[in-house]
Design a protein around this ligand. Structure first.
Ligand code: ATP
Ligand code: MG
Length: 630
């Protein structure tokens, strides 16, 4: 079947299409109804069906592949490497489920997981899924204030955490951050379960804190069967990465999510049971939920959980893991590839990468030079995919498992089955159908399985935030700006709030960044619009140069600045030319590697940058401050 036909069927006969996909997972009772869209924009999938995510990820593989690897944990931080087979994972998850039950966690209770990339984090997620508790994983190492706001929002009965994480060899104690967060929060969890890695001392609070190891011993051989849940029950909540303000608790179901992952593993990621999947993300992000934990395991693949930097002990570490574990599909982010691009390419060539079939990238625009570099370096297809925490799985990409169409540099691809993607005029709400017409990328309901059900505890916020932003139409706004070319390929031009208005011309920051990034001496760039008395706004570019040392010479700096401006003039026209180009050694990013344009803009305009709890390295923003006024 061609992809066009496959897609058409998903849109024209969604019930038949998704009923078929639903057969990719195990059900206790199959669904009675496929889709209920009677109360838009809320869509419910697979009503009457009962299933369990943990059963589909673990138990159902025991018979056929109980002895095969399920979870491979590698930490270059602590120098440990452990492989759990499906049977061993089953044991660990049952043990953890028994521990949660002993802490009086029951179906529907929230469990907040604040952990580093260690196996216990995965055990805890699967154990929650097993007993029907709702997990809320918060990125490990978040500061107390952001953790506290998430504890208040999720009101967990229990928190699962650890003594410490480690990053680049530096121990980050979690327990004091957690204690402080609980102190700050109005809600107090009744139990805290703590894995002790022997990295940092912990002050245990009597009656509340429990040591993982001791409790695990008590429940070593526990048998905890999977709780059969309604397809529409809640599996988890997750907070968005917080690039644009107050985090929202994205709430997801059980059945729709399981089906969407099973389907995407097959149709998009070309998964094959028994092989190894390596996603370099973190369990604190949606990619970690969908494509470190649930997706690969549901597909019967081993999943590689990696704790460490991509450049330590050297820039070959990922590729050595690909070689060692015969990884067939890898998932990463452009920001990580740009880090590797700055290193010696010999690291890539050193390893046997013949097992690898494709590299999938998501999270932010993949600029053409980075895309070309990694494609040539690896010699396998590099497939960009565009989606959001809210969607749970790719919205735009190339479905390599159906009919692999050609990829186009700069475009994440075409709408995935089940998604009615449209481009609308931002202020009139009119649909833009012509090629390369710029507008807001929206999704028309009903949204496909796996998509967020609502904002946790706040249906109104769900409707008002996402479904009412385009005048006159009840459509889901991605808040991304995009175009579609003659061939139907989409291009994401940036977030709707990243559009610059220079003397009446509307420009996507992404377009200017692409142009600047094509300069051979540019490693990374961020462009923001800054208020200007004359023009309304002007573009300002912050550039990380490949050869930063050479820029110590002011003349060289001036020369590069001139070259960059000339390039933008030639490619986009002088209206897009940045008013100033400034050099920094580091750009402010979230911990998930996304540019904090909003904060850069605020600093440039002399405003307060707002909530910075998700920032990776605050010194980056200081650099912006220092150079912005020069
Ligand atoms: P918040 O919603 O809290 O501001 P966030 O949007 O950064 O945070 P995510 O859901 O992790 O949180 O990121 C989704 C966004 O990332 C998309 O809306 C888009 O702006 C960007 N994005 C993701 N993948 C791609 C891609 N392949 N190409 C371009 N942009 C992408
Ligand atoms: Mg978002």
């Amino acid at each position: 079947m061609s992809y066009a036909e496959f897609y058409r069927r998903s849109i024209e006969q969604p019930e038949a299409f998704w009923a078929e996909q639903a057969r990719l997972i195990d059900w206790q009772y199959p669904p009675e109804r496929i889709c209920d869209d009677s109360r838009p924009p809320f869509t419910r999938w697979f009503m009457g069906g009962t299933t369990n995510l943990c059963h589909n990820a673990v138990d159902r593989h025991l018979k056929e592949r109980g002895g095969q690897p399920a979870l491979i944990h590698v930490s270059t931080e602590t120098g440990s490497e452990t492989v759990y087979t499906f049977a061993q994972l089953h044991r660990e998850v049952q043990r953890t489920a028994a521990m949660l039950k002993a802490l009086e966690v029951a179906k529907g209770d929230r469990v907040l997981i604040y952990m580093p990339m260690i196996p216990e984090a995965v055990f805890a997620m699967l154990a929650c899924a097993r007993i029907g508790a709702i997990h809320s994983v918060v990125f490990g190492g978040f500061a107390s204030v952001s953790l506290a706001s998430r504890i208040e929002d999720a009101t967990p009965k229990a928190v699962v955490s650890a003594d410490a994480g480690s990053r680049g060899g530096k121990v980050v104690p979690y327990k004091p951050l957690l204690d402080e967060a609980i102190r700050l929060s109005r809600h107090k969890p009744s139990a805290v379960l703590l894995a002790d890695r022997g990295l940092a001392a912990m002050d245990m609070v009597a009656g509340r804190d429990h040591a993982w190891r001791a409790l695990a011993e008590e429940h070593a051989q526990a048998e905890v069967p999977c709780e059969w849940l309604q397809a529409t029950d809640i599996s988890y909540t997750i907070y968005t990465s917080g690039t644009t303000g107050r985090p929202k608790g994205v709430q997801r179901d059980v059945g729709g999510y399981a089906v969407s992952l099973a389907a995407s593993m097959k149709h998009i990621f070309q998964a094959r049971a028994g092989e190894t999947y390596f996603s370099t993300s973190d369990i604190g992000w949606v990619v970690g939920h969908s494509y470190i934990v649930y997706g690969p395991l549901i597909a019967g693949m081993a999943t590689l959980l990696y704790e460490g930097l991509p450049v330590r002990p050297d820039a070959g570490i990922w590729w050595s893991l690909v070689e060692k574990y015969r990884v067939t599909a890898m998932f990463s982010a452009p920001t990580a590839v740009r880090v590797l691009k700055k290193q010696d390419p010999a690291y890539l060539k050193k390893h046997d990468l013949s097992s690898l079939r494709a590299l999938f990238l998501a999270g932010e625009p993949l600029d053409e030079p980075t895309g070309r570099w990694i494609t040539e370096a690896l010699g396998v297809p590099v497939i960009d995919n565009y989606w959001q925490t809210e969607s749970g799985w790719p919205i735009l990409t190339i479905a390599g498992g159906v009919e692999p169409k050609a990829t186009k540099f700069g475009s994440p691809g075409i709408p995935m089955y089940g998604y009615k993607v449209k481009i609308l005029h931002e202020s009139t709400g009119q649909e833009l159908t012509g090629p390369n017409e710029k507008g807001v990328v929206v999704i028309e309901g009903p949204t496909p399985p796996g998509f967020m059900q609502t904002v946790w505890g706040d249906d109104e916020r769900f409707v008002n935030t996402y479904w009412k932003s385009v005048p006159g139409r009840m459509v889901y706004s991605t808040f991304d700006w995009g175009i579609r070319d003659e061939g139907g390929y989409y291009y994401i031009l940036g977030r709707t709030d990243d559009v610059i208005n220079v003397a009446g011309h509307r420009l996507g920051t992404r377009e200017i960044e692409e142009s600047i990034a094509s300069h051979p001496n540019v490693a990374e760039v961020a462009v923001v619009g800054v208020a200007d008395a004359l023009k309304g706004q002007v573009a300002m570019a912050f550039v990380v140069a490949r050869d930063a040392a050479a820029l110590d010479d002011p003349a060289a700096r001036l020369r590069l600045e001139g070259e960059i401006m000339k390039r933008v003039d030639e490619q986009l026209g002088s209206v897009a030319r940045p008013a100033r180009v400034r050099f920094v050694t580091l750009l402010p990013k979230t911990r998930s590697g996304k540019l904090l344009r909003r904060a850069i803009q605020a600093v440039c305009e002399g405003r307060d940058p707002g909530d910075l709890t998700t920032i990776e390295d605050p010194t980056a923003l200081q650099q912006i401050k220092d150079v912005a006024s020069q």
